[in-house]
Design a protein around this ligand. Sequence first.
Ligand SMILES: Cc1ncc(COP(=O)(O)O)c(C=O)c1O
Length: 388
Amino acid sequence: MADELLRYRSEFPILERTTYLISNSLGAMPRAVYDAMKGYADTWASRGVRAWEERWWMLPAEVGDEIGALMHAPKGSVSTHQNVTTCQAIVASCFDFSGKRNKIVYTDMNFPSVMYFWEAQRAYGARVHMVKTDDGITVPTERLLDAIDETTLLVPVSHVIFRSAYINDAAAIIEKAHKVGAHVVLDTFQSLGTVPVDVQALNVDFACGGVLKWLCGGPGVGYLYVRPDLGKKLEPKFTGWFAHQNPFGFEVGSIRYSEAPFRFMNGTSHIPALEAAWPGLKIITDVGIPRIREKSKKQTERLIQLADQHGWRVNTPRDPEKRGGTVSIDMPDSQEVCRELLKREILVDWRPKAGVRMSPHFYNTDAELETGIAAVEEILKERAVAAR
Ligand SMILES: Cc1ncc(COP(=O)(O)O)c(C=O)c1O
């Protein structure tokens, strides 16, 4: 059967020149970004400061709504920021660690930035508890749930693990957290755009991620969903004039918070990055995440089959229901193999304890998977000959 999603290939110039299997790191740039960037420059050049009123001021909220629609978030519940680390800081600043409820529970499979940030909060009184993986692929759910207790304030966890593409049991984590009065900060960077996310069905407190990977939106835009009931009452201490009820009143003294999503913003918005994010979001919305997911399951399955045929170690769950969009393959000399693949225009990456990460997206052909694997085979053969 013809793959309907391949009709989007022509929207992405880099697909003409490379085998692009790296959407877990940086999604391919949509051709329309050229126009979006030109539009940004034209607006700045021709409208000058009036651009704020005419377009720019509302842009972070509009892009937030566009991202929110992809995860079934109500309008006005998603603010945009520079990155996920900033989103963690905004969430942290809504709480304080001086009381008995000051425990942060996370896992060693979180993205490092999300560990470094929370570890650093010890200086403000946070008690940080790290749950360790046994196999380097999965998170021990029972141990994680046991660690969430009546003293737990926040549980910052990845939805899909960046190293292995393991899908955490977000529903169970959220249920346990809520039972004991804790909040979950779900990092959906490696899920949104390739795995369905429904923040309302999950009843998650916070969700954050960025647009540069699976959403093809480029660097510089992170997003933060805050559940609307929390969005009415939380008061981020990492704040600024964009979060003020009357920003152009330039009032002196403490802030009077506006409604969400501006309530969770702080200083001047990152307009060029927001403009660049539009085209990717439009395409992902048009393709639809269910279709992306269906194809992703098949293509990741195929990559696992091919790796198995060569006897290479696969550091990704075999159960498609537990697997996101990436397959981590630890073939011999995987770091050197990765370098060679890049030289041959096969774009992938390598991570310690993972191996070579291959991440097909809706725009990849099945043939590209075979090309990637055949190149690995060839590189390993060449290395074996050279070593003789
Ligand atoms: C799960 C996850 N969280 C966060 C990040 C990045 O965090 P930040 O946006 O702060 O750079 C990444 C990758 O870059 C990631 O894979």
